[in-house]
Design a protein around this ligand. Structure first.
Ligand code: UDP
Ligand code: MG
Length: 355
């Protein structure tokens, strides 16, 4: 397994705490400020000893991955010497995922599972697992073995040294297309450009969290969820461990371009009001531009006696403005839609079976 190595940079996205509910100015200042790194200045607390580890695995149509995942997880977790539980979350799979989970839970008392009444999505499945985890630390990982279980001891090491969130950061992506890598790259850069909470680049959901962080996470019941951003938002001491991300073990990726775009929107809108500010700035520029251009036409006519011709330009201008207005209405609509789903206060997932 080539997927292990030493730790790296330390991020401490603590300064974002509370800012998202604050006024717009505060949020903008935070957007512009460089990320602060507090961990260098405050000494780490004393070393901690692990007594119980929870592992949460959301799975959607992963029938061919769960057994090898369980075997590898068991080998690694038994080696830590601590008590552990593996919480498998079946996100309304259409294949035999649930049967495999029942079988694993029947054979191994460390395994629990939750099964959803339908597909609620990766973020909801992660949430259901985190809601049930009882360990001192909780590891969140994918079911497809792209997150190597063998990295867990390193994550635990970092936690023992005093870090509260240890995320696995990928150094290289195997078996993923150039397109996927490009979109992922653009996704993190854009996200961090518009959001006040620094969200570490090139991290998936594979991470270890202290129970304190998980407790804070459970209080966040927003409907449009972006789990890694929410955990970054909680703050505390966060650090990274680097690894090479292997290709999927079996089955195919469930994220298509459309799902990725929806997730990006949730991420950008859930973590900043910046897109709303774009409307104000564009409106200002257009208005000033229109005043200047209008004055030029009047001056031309009055002092030089020249009438400006230009129906084509006029029509183009009308279409352009129409387009801009619709776009901005759309952005407004996105936020209103999110407010709507939030006020509905529906549960984040519906459980059909649990053991
Ligand atoms: N997943 C899920 N619900 C979904 C889609 C995906 O629980 O609706 C799970 C999936 O089973 C896997 C993880 O989320 O454990 C990541 O999915 P995938 O491997 O398709 O994403 P990628 O690795 O391409 O980011
Ligand atoms: Mg995957």
């Amino acid at each position: 397994m080539s997927a292990r190595s030493s730790n790296a940079t330390t991020h401490s996205p603590t300064r974002g705490a509370g800012s998202l509910v604050a006024d717009g100015k505060h949020v903008l200042e935070q957007t512009l400020a460089p990320p602060a790194d507090t961990s260098e200045h405050t000494p780490l607390p004393q070393a901690r000893k692990l007594t119980r580890c929870s592992v949460v695995v959301p799975a959607y149509n992963e029938q061919d991955n769960l057994e090898s995942l369980h075997a590898r997880l068991t080998a690694v977790l038994a080696g830590t010497g601590a008590d552990y539980e593996i919480i498998l979350v079946d996100d309304g799979s259409a294949d035999a995922t649930l049967e495999v989970m029942r079988k694993l839970a029947a054979a191994d008392p460390h395994v629990r599972f939750v099964s959803f009444a339908r597909n609620f999505g990766h973020e909801a499945a992660s949430t259901a697992g985190l809601d049930r985890a009882s360990g001192d630390v909780v590891v969140l990982m994918d079911a497809d073995l792209q997150d190597p279980p063998e990295l867990i001891p390193e994550l635990i090491d970092q936690w023992a040294q005093g870090h509260d969130v240890v995320y696995a950061q990928r150094r290289r992506r195997e078996g993923e297309s150039l397109f996927k890598r490009l979109t992922a790259w653009a996704f993190y850069r854009t996200l961090n450009a518009v959001t006040p909470t620094p969200i570490p680049a090139d991290t998936g959901d594979f991470r270890l969290m202290d129970r304190e962080v998980v407790g804070q996470f459970r209080r966040m019941r927003e409907a449009n969820r972006f789990v890694r951003g929410m955990i970054a938002w909680v703050g505390h001491r966060q650090t990274a461990v680097q690894f090479d991300r292997p290709a999927r073990h079996a089955g195919e990726a469930k994220y298509n371009l459309f799902k990725l775009m929806a997730l990006s929107l949730d991420a950008a809108m859930g973590f900043s009001t910046f897109p709303l500010r774009v409307a104000t700035v564009l409106g200002l520029i257009t208005t000033v531009g229109a005043v200047v251009a209008g004055s030029a036409v009047v001056i031309h006519k009055l002092f030089f006696g020249l009438a400006v011709e230009g129906y084509a330009l006029l029509a183009a201008g009308i279409f352009f403005l129409g387009g801009v207005q619709m776009l901005l209405l759309g952005i407004l609509g996105e936020y209103i839609g999110r407010i709507y789903t939030q006020v509905q206060q529906r549960p984040l997932y519906v459980v059909k079976e649990e053991r």
